[in-house]
Structure formats: C-alpha cells, structure tokens
Design a protein around this ligand. Structure first.
Ligand code: NOJ
Length: 481
C-alpha cells in the first residue's frame, strides 16, 4: 500500500565531525579523545582511525553537491570542539576552524539546506579529558563557554542546535567500559558520574541560549538520546518489569531528568543502583543524584526530543545470575539478560531489524516525556559493501511504515526524519569497514570519491514524491562526487 508522508515532516541526512572530516591535525586543531583512542592497538576492530576519514574538511563542497542531489531539506552535522577551541577552553578560538564551519553553513544556506548542528558528537578535546573529561563536574562550565562561542559565531544562521549526541553511549561505553573513547573502564561508577555532568552541561547550554540568545536568534535547542527499544521477553510480569527497567536504564536515565514533570533520575534506576551499591558496601549510591536545585535546573531544558534509533532487544531476569556481567556495572545494576528472540542479528551488535520497535519507542517517548515534538535525528542500517543495497532499502521501507503507524495511529508528534548516514564514515570501534552510507566512499582513493548507492536513489525519490511505495526500487546510475 502506498502511504504519503505527513505534510511538514522534514527529511534530512546526518553525519558527525570525527566520522567524516579527517584533517585531524591541520592548522591549530588539537587532538580529540578519538584521535588518542584510535591510536591504541586493538581498540578499533579493523585497525583504522578517523584521522583522514572521508576528508570532508577538504572536500565539503562535494558533500553539499550530494545533499543537493538528494534534494533534502536539512543536514545534521557536528562541530568538532578541538577544531574550534584548540585549548578546549574558550580563551582561544581557532581562525581556520571557525572559518571552516562558517563556509559550510553559508554554503548550505545558499543551497537552501538548513543546518542542524550537533555541538558535541563524541570528540572531546584530549586536554579536557586529561582533566577528567565528563567525570569532572567543571565540564558544565567548559561546555557552557564552548556553547557561547558557537552561538556567537553561528547562531545568526543556525536555528536548530543539538547539545549532546547520545549521552548513554558516551557514559556507558566511554567511562563505564572500554568500547569507546576515552575507554576509562570505571565500571558502575564512571557512567553515572559522567551522566549527571552531561545532563548538567546540557542544561547550562540550554539556559544560556534561552536567557541570552533566544530572543535575538529565534532558534531551538535540544538533546539527542539513543532511544532504542527494550521490552520483556514474554508477558510474564517479571519479564515485563525487566523490559520497563531496561527502558529506564537505557533511555529514562537521560530523558526523565529533562522531560518528566518530576525531574531527576527515574525512581527504579535510583532504587536498583542504590540497593546494589549498598549490598556491595558502598557508603553512598554509585548514582550521584541531583539536588533539589539541580533537579529544577535540568527540568524542561529541551525544545524537542532528539531521537536516535537502531535496535530492539528483549529482556528477562529469570536466567540472570550475578557474575554474568562485571560487578559493579551498569549491566549488573539492571540485572537482566537480553536476546533477539528469533530475529536475525544485523552485522553490528547494536543494530537490529525489528521494525515494530521504532513505533513502540516513539510511543514510549510520547507517554513518558510529555508528548514532545520528536526530531528523529538518526536512523539507518549498517552493511558491509556494495552499491546495490537492497537490505538497506527494505529496512527503510519497513521503518518508515512503522514511523507512519506511530504518527497516524499513536499520534506521536514526529517533526522530521534524519537518515544516518549521508555517506560511509568512521564507525567508531568498528572503524571504516562498517558502512552506514547511502553514498559509498572509496577509501582507497586519495580523493575519497563518493558514489550513490541504490538507497540514495530511493531516498531521493522519497524526498521528491513524499510517497512511500513499498515495491518501488530505483535504477542504479553510475554517478560520482
Ligand atoms: C549513533 C551515533 O550517533 C553515530 O555516530 C553512529 O555512527 C551510529 N549510531 C551508527 O552506529
């Protein structure tokens, strides 16, 4: 059945600085934690780094040509903190760094493409990590200073700001494990310290905008949360509770302080981490709670809900035994095991093809976050190679159908959809070999030539016709950028 996209639902594509820019040490740019981390042997599965990536710093005009080819309305990209502020601190603004984003923003606007700008997509200045990074509460000051620089430089033209991309992934994989930079591995502690500080930093940037910039710049500002879906493995009440708790750990920990009426961390998270901490002999809970003042300060600090979605998983506590996960840890605090039931795993462990999950996740946000405007800031599918990417097209058809169900039947307020990603790029710990692009990037070519995959033609057609035709498959043409 053909379905028409709701009027006003905007379509775009996304990228992030470290994943595409390269030029890791040009001019006065300083290293980010990802430059450092990807140099450590064994961290990146295919031993690549993002130091050159797609060379978008050099070739960004081709990125704009690709956006024009697609006909999309907006482009979500991120700004590299160490490129703008080589010291990490706002005492010195890089001339070359700030010019790069100036040109990018101006050229997007000249082509009728709206810039949607993420302020932090994981590439913290290494110098700030040396001072504790996101585990140091002073980072809320540093982030606010950085935000001010960005509003001053670009706020006259950028009308949509995203403060942080995916705080869970930053905290749990970067500070509570070694899977992502900075790989601190302070399990059961680092993820919670950094989470509180990230939420405080986000709120500081929001308040600054709200107080000093909103009236003259007229933009909106919010946060992007990885909103994967978790549910009970069966209808058994214990499993159902495991699913609810998994959602609270996965999403509620980040959304509840901002979007709920009560504010602060979700009650079940406070209870479960508190009880485990006590059993383990910690004098205080490993989860640092918000004071009353902080709770009020963080509440209501997002003009929209930035929604990233990649997976659905099914939870149970029936088989859970202490020791399955390290103690203490975020996973042990939740104390549940997951499976994909009979669904086929995708090439990356954090991606699944379970289309009903995106509808349920959107509904969860509607019900638990005060029915906010939802910007789908990322959704997409990783493959290994090839221009004929039928797997990605069929994924997109199913996911768009499920999103339309959420809009039409559940009345979720979805205002835009952003496909991840415009092109293949450095997929963090999976390196350059995991491919999320609707454009293929040739990494063997000095120039990083890009070619549209079948899915790029498919998306171009969706943008032009605004109709989802499940059977439609485009003809692949040999074009390069
Ligand atoms: C979410 C992250 O924001 C993005 O950087 C990453 O590439 C995608 N997930 C795909 O894993």
């Amino acid at each position: 059945m053909m379905r028409v996209l709701p009027e006003g639902m905007q379509l775009g594509v996304a990228s992030a600085a470290y994943q595409i820019e390269g030029a890791w040490n040009v001019s006065d740019k300083s290293p980010s934690i990802w430059d450092t981390y990807s140099d450590i042997p064994g961290t990146i599965k295919d031993n690549t780094t993002g130091k050159d990536a797609c060379k978008s710093y050099e070739y960004y005009q081709r990125d704009i040509a690709m956006l024009n080819f697609l006909g999309i309305m907006f482009y979500r990209f991120s700004i590299s903190w160490p490129r703008i502020l080589p010291n990490g601190f706002a005492n010195k603004i890089s001339k070359d760094g700030s010019t790069y984003y100036n040109n990018l923003i101006d050229e997007l606007l000249a082509n009728g493409i709206e810039p949607v700008v993420t302020m932090y997509h994981w590439d913290l200045p290494q110098s700030l990590q040396d001072l504790g990074g996101w585990t140091n509460p002073l980072i809320a000051d540093w982030f606010e200073d950085y935000a001010r620089v960005l509003y001053d430089l670009y706020g006259d033209r950028v009308k949509t700001w995203i403060t942080l991309n995916e705080p869970k992934q930053i905290g749990v994989y970067g500070y509570g494990a070694t899977r992502m930079a900075p790989g601190i591995n302070a399990r059961g502690i680092g993820e919670y310290l950094s989470t509180k500080n990230m939420l405080m930093a986000h709120a500081r940037a929001w308040h600054l905008y709200d107080k000093e910039y909103r009236s003259k710049q007229n933009g909106k500002i919010g946060i992007t949360i990885a909103t994967d879906y978790r549910e009970g493995m069966t209808d058994d009440p214990d499993d159902v509770q495991a699913g609810i708790d998994a959602m609270d750990f996965e999403v509620g920990m980040y959304s509840h302080p901002i979007f709920s009426e009560k504010g602060g961390f979700p009650e079940r998270v406070i209870k479960l981490v508190g009880e485990k901490s006590k059993q383990q002999g910690y004098p205080e809970s490993r989860l640092p709670e918000f004071t009353k003042e902080e709770t009020e300060f963080v509440k209501g600090t997002s003009d929209f809900y930035g929604f990233n979605h990649y997976s659905t998983k099914f939870y149970t506590r029936k088989t859970y035994k202490e020791g399955i996960y390290p103690v203490p840890s975020y996973d042990d605090d939740l104390g549940a095991e997951w499976s994909l039931l009979d669904y086929t795993p995708a090439i990356l462990p954090h991606c699944t093809e379970i289309p009903h999950g995106i509808r349920k996740a959107l509904k969860w946000v509607k019900d638990n976050c005060n029915n906010p405007p939802i910007m789908i800031t990322e959704n997409g599918f990783g493959t290994l190679s090839g221009l004929q990417d039928e797997a990605r097209i069929s994924y997109l058809v199913k996911y768009f159908n499920s999103i339309l169900d959420a809009i039409e039947y559940d009345k979720c307020n979805v205002v835009c959809y952003t496909l991840w990603s415009i092109m293949d790029n450095f997929e963090w710990d999976s390196g350059l070999s995991a491919k999320f692009g609707i454009f293929e990037v040739d990494y063997n070519d000095e120039k990083r030539t890009r070619r549209p995959r079948a899915s790029a033609f498919w998306y171009k057609n969706l943008v032009a016709t605004r109709s989802l035709k499940p059977e439609y498959r485009p003809t692949l043409e040999d074009i390069s950028f």
